[in-house]
Design a protein around this ligand. Structure first.
Ligand code: MLC
Ligand code: AMP
Length: 463
């Protein structure tokens, strides 16, 4: 059973989920989510506008109870993203909130509805969630994730982090990705613990959560950067049991500063939408700044160069492949892309380049492709932004890259060849089509782009 503690017979808990100032007891959650399940039973797929609200939690949990796959949609999506995600996923309705002018029927989520019907547990191999994630080019790809993968992934993390029903997790991450939704909402629901969602991930909000009993706090490195910049708030986190970072590389100076301020050595873990979390440091083991830990229980990893295995000697740098029971089995509607990354022997080619030590510790060196950018922990395809910018009448050529940034990890910079136009106009043009985090932070106007003899833009010469 995916969420064993969410049965009508489980003991009530007055504050099992808090999102901002809104709170659900276990009874509220089970009653209202089961009422959601009754409304959508038999649907093929539903979309949820994943705002940080208790309604989003009720919609997702309701669909999980009914066994209906959910597509959580970033609430600030632009028209291109809405259209693509709805069409590609085959969503039949919006569950709960909907964007203005919804093109699908809207099924309301009633916060105070109650049903105590017992739904049978859906098959473990059935799709629970379809998460969309960017590739180097084209529109985001859907990743169907089964109930079994989620259960395996969360149990492996519980083992590494000694995560139990006694934990209260706090974070303020978006509810449409692996980090904020699978780990951050389904994690505490599977363990039977509590969740405090802070709506926005500020240092003060994390301090307040720690002050009201949060034992675990999750953040992307940009969030830990914010916390490190606020010593008074950071001190409050000393009371927690464990701080966890993931979704992007945690800079060593941030690790060190958080240790000074809180006494905690951040637990770092590595994962992807396609694989869930596969590697982590352990709460009862060594944390090594700059390294992401060892494979979780049930996970195998290897380094490969030109098809040949590389030694795990702490020095050899190669393509990281992972295999484990929490992995998805392919992209939705994309057999070609699936065949490129899911290998015949069951390993997944992550696209990340890594080093593995003789002791099993992993260090992520970077990504093989320059066209995948990680900014603030969001994965962003350069090609998607380039396509939008090329549609602007003043833009003739464009190359989008991620440049190193102390706060965001990478920030999006667009190199543009074209007619005179204000940089703000181009940034707003992207914001009109795509989610906010895909806006370039900077536009650099150039006479021409560096190209090789074949005419291909040489992005390595930019930045
Ligand atoms: C942003 N701003 C811009 C801009 N972009 N202004 C001008 N031009 C641009 N291009 C403005 C915003 O409008 C805002 O203004 C201000 O800059 C700050 O933006 P913000 O979004 O509030 O904060 P920011 O510091 O940019 O974001 C930090 C963050 C966010 C940590 C809150 O990046 C975030 O939520 N990241 C989480 C990503 C995540 O969950 N990834 C997990 C993927 S799953 P104003 O005026 O509004 O303040 C995965 C698997 C795994 O990776 O391993 O977990
Ligand atoms: P996403 O699909 O958004 O889950 O992004 C997955 C990518 O995030 C991985 O392929 C890595 O490049 C990166 N990533 C996730 N966690 C870490 C980490 N702890 N250190 C370095 N990179 C990470």
């Amino acid at each position: 059973m995916l969420l064993p503690t969410l049965t009508p017979t489980a003991p009530d808990d007055p504050a099992v989920i808090r999102v901002g100032d809104d709170e659900l007891s276990r009874e509220d959650l089970v009653g209202a989510a089961t009422a959601v399940a009754e409304r959508i039973a038999g649907a093929r797929t539903v979309a949820v506008l994943a705002t940080p609200t208790v309604e989003t939690v009720l919609a997702v949990v309701g669909a999980l109870i009914a066994g209906v796959p959910v597509v959580p949609v970033p609430p600030d999506s632009g028209p291109r993203e809405f259209e693509h995600i709805l069409a590609d996923s085959g969503a039949q309705a919006w569950l709960g909130q909907a964007p203005a002018d919804p093109t699908l029927p809207v099924v309301p989520v009633r916060r105070y509805a109650k049903s105590w019907h017992r739904h049978p547990e859906p098959h473990a191999d059935s799709t629970a969630l379809i998460l969309y994630t960017s590739g180097t080019t084209g529109l985001p790809k859907g990743v169907p994730i089964t109930r079994q993968s989620i259960a395996e992934g969360l149990d492996a993390l519980a083992d590494a982090w000694l995560w139990t029903a006694d934990d209260t997790l706090a974070h303020g991450l978006p509810l449409f990705h692996v980090h904020g939704l699978i780990l951050g909402v389904l994690g505490p629901l599977r363990r039977g613990g509590r969740l405090i969602h802070t709506v926005t991930p500020t240092a003060d909000a994390y301090a307040a959560a720690a002050g009201s009993g949060a034992s675990m706090l999750f953040g992307v490195p940009t969030v830990w950067n914010r916390v490190a910049a606020e010593p008074a708030a950071a001190h409050t986190l000393s009371a927690a049991r464990v701080l966890v970072s993931g979704s992007a590389p945690l800079p060593v100076p941030v690790f060190d500063r958080i240790r000074e301020l809180t006494g905690h050595q951040i637990v770092e873990r590595y994962g992807m939408t396609e694989t869930l979390i596969t590697v982590s440091t352990r709460v009862d083991g060594e944390r090594r700044p700059g390294w992401v830990g060892s494979p979780l229980a049930g996970v195998e990893t290897r380094l490969v160069e030109n098809g040949e295995p590389l030694p795990h000697d702490g020095e050899s740098v190669g393509d990281l492949h992972v295999r484990g029971p929490m992995m998805a089995s392919g992209y939705l509607n994309r057999p070609d892309a699936t065949a490129e990354s899911w290998l015949p022997d069951g390993f997944f080619a992550t696209g990340d380049v890594a080093v593995i030590g003789a002791d099993g510790m992993h260090r992520i060196v970077g990504r093989r492709a320059t066209d995948l950018i990680k900014s603030g922990g969001f994965r962003i395809g350069a090609g998607e932004i380039e396509t939008v910018l090329l549609a602007h009448p003043a833009v003739r050529e464009v190359a989008v890259i991620g440049v190193p940034d102390d706060y965001l990890g990478q920030r999006i910079v667009a190199y543009v060849v074209g007619d005179e136009v204000a940089d703000t106009e181009l940034i707003e043009f992207v914001a009109g089509e795509l989610s906010n985090h895909k806006r370039p932070r900077e536009i650099r106007f150039v006479e021409s782009l560096p190209r090789n003899a074949m005419g291909k833009v040489q992005k390595k010469l930019l930045g």
